[in-house]
Design a protein around this ligand. Structure first.
Ligand code: GDP
Length: 194
């Protein structure tokens, strides 16, 4: 599945712009700066590909990447920007809701959580949205290299506790470091097994 090339397909701002639901699809969600672009880059081994999602103007779009001919990787807009205007937030929430509830080839959402910070209120909001859309989601801890062993355990407990409140949560948590490469192969095989 990951042998093929990764290419940016398109940024979508409305439901009618979605590509055909003709292949396996997984999406990635997370607070801005959680390490989403770095993770997608590490996952695909394509440096700089997910940077497209972080360029101004692209940040409110749902960005589609083709990974070979059989897989779409979808980069959802980062949430939790301090200064985003309410109208913009409302608009992308509406699009996000529609996308999540209407996309039949979407097999799993990966919700990225910073290993240092655990689940924040905005993350819980997204999880609620995934619950109500019946999209199974799995937590991916990012920047694992930035925390000490003992602190990591504490955060993991907090994450597990948060997940127990969400019916759509898949219980296995994936620890990753895009910097060191930890957990990347695991995440690839999780996707390949869907
Ligand atoms: P995004 O806004 O969620 O796409 O976040 P980025 O991928 O742009 O990463 C935000 C910052 O965190 C950047 O400075 C990255 O270099 C850094 N970062 C991302 N992943 C890791 C990681 O696994 N380890 C470390 N130490 N830093 C990371």
């Amino acid at each position: 599945l990951f042998a093929g090339e990764t290419e940016f397909l398109k940024g979508v701002v409305a439901m009618n712009g979605l590509p055909d639901a003709d292949r396996l699809e997984v999406c990635f969600a997370g607070r801005s700066n959680v390490g989403k672009s770095s993770l997608i880059n590490a996952l695909t081994g394509t440096k700089g590909i997910a940077r497209a999602s972080n360029t101004p103007g692209r940040t409110q779009e749902i960005n589609f990447f083709t990974q070979g001919p059989e897989l779409y990787l979808v980069d959802l807009p980062g949430y939790g920007y301090a200064n985003a205007p309410l109208k913009v937030v409302e608009q992308w929430q509406k699009l996000l809701k529609r996308y999540l509830s209407g996309r039949q080839n979407l097999r799993r959402a990966f919700v990225l959580i910073d290993s240092r910070h655990g689940v924040k209120a905005v993350d819980a909001e997204i999880m609620k949205l995934l619950d109500s859309s019946a999209v199974t989601f799995q937590c991916v801890m990012t920047k694992a290299d930035k925390v000490k062993e003992k602190d990591r355990a504490k955060v993991l407990e907090q994450v597990k506790d948060a997940l127990s409140k969400h019916p759509a949560a898949y219980p296995e948590i994936v620890l990753t470091s895009s910097e060191k490469g930890d957990g990347i192969a695991t995440l690839r095989s999780i996707i390949a097994n869907l």
